[in-house]
Design a protein around this ligand. Structure first.
Ligand code: ADP
Ligand code: ASP
Ligand code: MG
Length: 429
């Protein structure tokens, strides 16, 4: 008997009708003799609505109460799905993350999952039930409910699938796979058949919302295949797996014409320098102007930010012509801007910097692809394409498999569209 793990995102359980649809799909899988575990997100935009409610009672919420509040959305969908399953004659039980044995670090709002104790899940399966589990949450060592970061249900699903030693984690969502970029921004984006953990992790970390970055990280640690697919169709989606497994899939002998053609397309994809483009519209920029240019300054600034648990992404330091002062610019997640600005101002004063400025009106556009390593010139092509559309680049950062540029927020989507075209990523007609 195989263990099958499904995850359904917010849109996929957004209405009672959709929940019933999910129940029918899940029952179908169980009726084939499988043991089924389902991880669910909150219905539709419930989590955003809960956060909205929070803002109506406080401007500075206690992190513990934040977790108590936002974790409730998933309980609603889990219980409703269990009921919908029972209603069509499929035994089912819903469990919260804590009840399901998901243990997290003792950090509110963005904890990592440390362990999944399987007794309760296995007990439910043994009783012949479909086990429905709330995504996005677990419990800490004190027994407090902890959430694991926005979009975290993907990570809950992969962690539970890995603990259960399932072969694949099926993540059902409102798109039918991973595309070369967000199809809502570029309707001609091309669906990828396979993508490596490394590339997917970069895309997800750089703002492609389609998967929670830590779910990809967790899958790569356990060599678990993620199959990202549509909750509305039966078709295959995109497989996220190791390059070795991708190679095996491409080489496995099949004479079926459609499959052969797919393989050719996938092999072509492997040669492309750029595999995908991500847009992060959730960043902000801070500049500390004219700090003394001497050892220890960066350590002070970024040490203070780290002490306040503020994640810093890009960092650029530029030298003033006199050579005794430098400007520091860096980006943070937009929700952290207020805090980061306060910390930066305090440190700047201590360091005798001339001024601190902030700008929330920025976005980051990134190209990702393992092939970049062996194909020089990708960066200059990117800069030329942006320049041709008069898009000014404010900051640049590169690694072996990605190039990111910070630009004006209002030009973000346009930048993705022109880069998608410039690198020939459209689907072939
Ligand atoms: P769920 O609620 O199922 O977790 P999300 O809204 O978190 O779904 O993620 C799915 C969305 O991710 C899609 O609707 C799509 O607009 C967006 N997206 C961003 N980048 C990509 C990409 N490269 N490929 C596919 N979808 C993407
Ligand atoms: N409901 C949570 C959120 O909206 C978790 C998730 O959907 O993955 O962030
Ligand atoms: Mg999601």
């Amino acid at each position: 008997m195989a263990i099958i793990v499904h995850k359904y995102g917010g849109t996929s359980v957004g209405t009672p009708e959709k929940i019933k649809q999910v129940a029918r799909r899940v029952k179908g899988v169980r009726d084939k003799g499988n043991e089924v575990v389902v991880i669910v997100s909150a219905m539709g935009h419930t989590t955003d609505e809960l956060i909205d409610l929070m803002h109506q009672v406080t401007s500075d919420s206690d992190p513990r109460e934040y977790d108590m509040l936002v974790s409730t959305g998933e309980q609603v969908s889990a219980a409703l799905l269990a009921m919908a399953l029972q209603d069509i004659g499929c035994p089912a039980v819903s469990l919260t993350g804590g009840q399901a044995g998901v243990v997290t670090e003792d950090i509110y709002k963005k904890a990592r999952i440390k362990d999944v104790k399987l007794d309760r899940i296995k007990g439910g399966l043994k009783e012949g039930k479909v086990v429905v589990i709330t995504g996005f949450q677990g419990v800490d060592s004190k027994g407090d409910i902890i959430t694991i970061g926005r979009g975290g249900s993907d990570t809950s699903a992969v962690a539970i699938a890995a603990a259960l030693k399932a072969e694949v984690c099926d993540i059902y969502t409102d798109v039918d796979g991973v595309y070369t970029t967000d199809p809502r921004i570029v309707p001609t984006a091309r669906k990828l058949k396979y993508i490596s953990y490394e590339e997917m992790l970069e895309l997800a970390s750089l703002g492609a919302q389609v998967l929670h970055p830590r779910s990809v990280e967790c899958a790569s640690i356990y060599n678990m295949v993620i199959h990202l697919r549509s909750s509305l169709k039966e078709d295959e989606g995109t497989y996220i797996m190791s390059p070795e497994r991708i190679e095996e899939s491409l080489d496995s002998s099949s004479t079926e014409l459609g499959v052969a053609r797919d393989k050719e397309a996938a092999k072509m994809e492997k040669k492309e320098a750029v595999r995908g483009i991500a847009l992060d519209e959730n960043i902000a920029k801070i500049g500390i102007l004219k700090v003394p240019d001497k050892p220890g300054i960066a350590a002070k600034i970024f040490g203070a930010l780290a002490a306040h648990k503020i994640n810093v992404d890009m960092i650029v330091q530029s030298i003033h012509s006199a050579g005794t002062q430098a400007d520091m610019a860096f980006t943070v997640d937009r929700p952290d801007l207020k805090k980061a600005f306060e910390v930066a101002k305090k440190v700047a004063k201590e360091l005798d910097a001339v001024d601190v400025v902030s700008d929330a009106d920025v976005s980051k556009v990134s190209l990702v692809g393992i092939g970049m390593v062996s194909q020089p010139g990708t960066a200059s092509r990117m800069f030329e394409a942006l320049a041709a559309e008069k898009i000014n680049i404010q900051m640049i950062s590169t690694s072996e498999i990605k190039i990111s540029c910070v630009i004006k927020a209002e030009q973000g989507k346009k930048a993705v569209q022109i880069l998608h075209k410039a690198f020939g990523l459209e689907k072939v007609a």
